[in-house]
Design a protein. Sequence first.
Lengths: 204, 143
Amino acid sequence: MGKKSCSQVAEDVIATINETEKAIKELTTIQDIKLLNYADWKIACCGRRAKGYTGSDLLFEAITQILEGRRRWRKNKVDFFGHFRGAIRSIASHFGDNFDDKVFFESEVSVTTEKGEIQSPINKTPSPATNQEENLATKQHLEEIEKLFSEDVLVLQIIEGLGCKMTGPEIQEVLNVSQKEYETAMKRMRRKVPKIIMKEKNNG
Amino acid sequence: MDNQRNYKQELKAIMDALAESVIDSTDEEILEEVREDGLQPEAIAKQVREILLSSVKKYRKRNLLEAKGKYQDSVSKIQTGKCDLPSTPEECRSLLSYIFNFKPQIRKMVTAQFRDFNELSDADVKSLLNQLQKLGVLKDIKG
């Protein structure tokens, strides 16, 4: 395999601040909505590791890192939307790299009694049992999702495939469904799954 | 069987797949979902735009403040810079002569004002060295 000559290797063209600002202004309405929704779901992926961040926070963090040069936009290689989406994905995947599952914020473990008193176990060391409680909560989430789609065979099969670390295309191939059918099923999931996530957040 | 399942991994995989499905959705699907939620697409887009552009504005402002800070530091150093020049007039004159040899363009500037190096009084020599000190010229030479 021959090496590329210098003339064939395209140099990276890093966008300037002005060009980045211009690209932001040129995003379409649909792209804006997709970016926010994407960030919201990526935050949902993080669970407690998100440390209270919202999708909007993730958007702000991603654009800040791009502007600061930590995630440079090579404008000759990828369009702004694609680059920004990649930044969101990457930042979300690193959320909680140093996160200790055994450490909980006081707000997460405080309870309010019927009398309205807030009881905080701040002086107590979190026990391993707390991590088990989180696992139980996650298991319950999954069961609720499966129950929600108990009559939607395709969705259940997709969920099973995802649980087996299969990708979308792999699932489509195994289930012998078209991309359109797969996307429609994912759309059904997007409409209903947030209700479970939000219910969990509201219950604290 | 349950204890062999990684619930966190499974839930994360679902959320990840739902995130990617957003990107793959058609424009019509996105608009339909927004309207089903009782929201206005343009309002959401405006919210996103404001988040992104506020970061640009903050970044530009921070850059400006940093540049201003550096400028003020430089000015402050010039204004408060202590002179560690030679103590005797002879030594000062030797230093100035050395500077003129090292940087001829400075000699030209000085002789434009004073016809001859020898015409410079001790006070003129000291004053010139002070000015060159504050402008950082001496740093190169002493280095």
